[in-house]
Design a protein. Structure first.
Lengths: 332, 332
């Protein structure tokens, strides 16, 4: 059995920089036609100049592959409508991180005060620049996304024409929010469709499945699976693939992030087939994103085959999600 | 400021065996007058012969220190009233592990069927041998102890004269159960009085604070702190100190267990003092246990001093809880 995907997209991707970028970009470039690139480098991407330069480095790292890096800016309270207007031709989104909630988010917003930020949200609305949000509070780890719900609702209410993407949603409450507001959308990762907190900390502790937001309950996972496999138009695939060297994972203080880029499409095919929804994969990994972001993509066919593979134990020194396990689908 | 503790006891301790036992026994032997020794070796302690031999090895590892190892047997469905009668002079408790819920628990009970096990519980009742239980189901990691509550209630109801110790309780629901049944008691660890899931997985992932049962919410922790600092007669200190080599902690699949024996009394003094309850520490770390277990202890004074210490980064190669952090109390 074969499945041809037209221009699959990964709408939430960490490609890092330097040697890591050179090492890992190829795994995304091979499997996808494009990806929304996260801006949380050190220092973060906050200017048009650094954004353009980063894009050049990404394209160079992707070599000959057909692959479009859709660039995002790291939300700053100091952004002006004029700056956003100037940036518009080069950016696909602005990504808002509450300060300190995840890797390299220290420069994020410490207080999401809608009034104080309204000129930015207004400008993004008018310019049709989507707002991507890492939606977690600094509360108890299992409650952070739920608690952030009120902030999503406030922004969605106050700026009804702003496209708001709830990034890497993990709870059934977030799924419910999508139903409530026309201008709320979401990315869903591979790992949040497949794992719960039990996989991270229920048996032995598994640093390679530790991520932010942390994986939640079986009920939460099921809500995500249902909306994904039914290709609801409000959701799209975003891997949040986030490589760290082994020394940052198998250690005393393990960094959050799961490296899934090389296996994402094969694992999604397996999941969608298990639910007899293989025909919906095209919408989840491409069509929905094109509609939500209103983007055209390079033409690129990626062919999946029902052929067992054993996931490599490492890719350029990075341990991937499900290292050593089997998948029933492979990229041709 | 000084605080003299009379015969402090650690009523839940993993001393392991072989070189690990030789390396770490001294930390418990120095600070405590005795401890209830967990029987989950490989293979587990299930016979009088192996129990006596293990006790000898422990005494040898403790050297000259005044220290009584109170021995426990690993609950087996095959135990008979005759065996328990014969074992009675040598054992302080029988420890029941549901199969597979924690380190070396594979030989545990796969189905806690009260009818099937009633002859054992009856015999333990009559012989006045306490039943210690690792109370977790195989459910979702945050719900396991709560789900096990029904089993505690069934046993407590069916065998009202059996002393049942809920080991290392972690939830407010377990605290409530103590109020409901006269024959239910509990041990509380140091770490469950000080940490929540946030400390394990809320920032960077910390394998050295990963344990079973996993640390829960702030509300759960507060319920434990209140019952401990008020020296409720239903609870006693049990460290569940459980050393693992670094290679089993900072790795791909990190083993559950926190090594707290060397710092436990100092950290407890700090906690009790913060709540202005220092005078209750004696009951929590000794008197309550003596009453619950109906044991006499060797006479041993352990003196704590209000003197800052920095916790060692390792003790014989084992990384302790809060390595490198400061405590305001020290053992004299």
């Amino acid at each position: 059995m074969r499945l041809t995907l037209n221009s699959p997209l990964d709408m939430h991707l960490h490609l890092r920089d330097g040697k890591m970028l050179s090492d890992i970009a190829k795994y995304s470039a091979k499997n996808f036609a494009g990806a929304l690139i996260m801006p949380n480098l050190t220092p973060p991407i906050t200017t048009i100049k650094t954004l353009k330069e980063y894009k050049e480095r990404i394209l160079k790292a992707c070599g000959e592959e057909i692959f479009t890096p859709y660039m995002s800016l790291f939300f700053q309270e100091s952004y002006t409508p004029e700056f956003l207007k100037e940036a518009k031709p080069f950016v696909s989104a602005v990504k808002l991180y509450p300060s300190g909630v995840t890797t390299n988010s220290e420069c994020g917003v410490s207080d999401i005060d809608i009034k104080k930020l309204s000129h930015i949200f207004e400008a993004m609305s008018e310019l049709d620049i989507p707002l991507c949000v890492h939606g977690e509070t600094d509360g108890f780890v299992m409650d952070r996304e739920r608690e952030f719900g009120a902030i999503y609702e406030n922004i969605a209410n106050a700026f009804p024409k702003l496209t708001i993407i709830m990034e890497h949603i993990t709870t059934k409450e977030s799924v419910s929010l999508l139903r409530k507001y026309d201008n709320l959308y979401a990315t869903i990762t591979l790992h949040h469709l497949l794992i719960t907190l039990d996989d991270v900390a229920g048996g032995l502790l598994n640093p390679h499945l530790f991520c932010k937001p942390i994986a939640k309950t079986y009920e939460d996972k099921e809500a995500l699976v249902q909306i994904a496999i039914n290709a609801d138009k409000k959701v799209m695939f975003g891997s949040d693939s986030a490589p760290h060297p082994v020394s940052k994972k198998e250690c005393c203080g393990c960094a959050a992030g799961i490296f899934s880029a090389p296996i994402a499409l094969s694992a999604l095919a397996e999941l969608f087939e298990q639910h007899d929804k293989l025909t919906n994969l095209q919408a989840f990994v491409s069509d929905n994103a094109r509609n939500i972001y209103n983007i055209t993509t390079p033409n690129k066919e990626v062919i999946l085959q029902k052929k067992e593979q054993t996931i490599s134990k490492e890719f350029d020194g990075i341990i991937p999600m499900f290292a050593g396990k089997k998948l029933s689908w492979s990229i041709e």
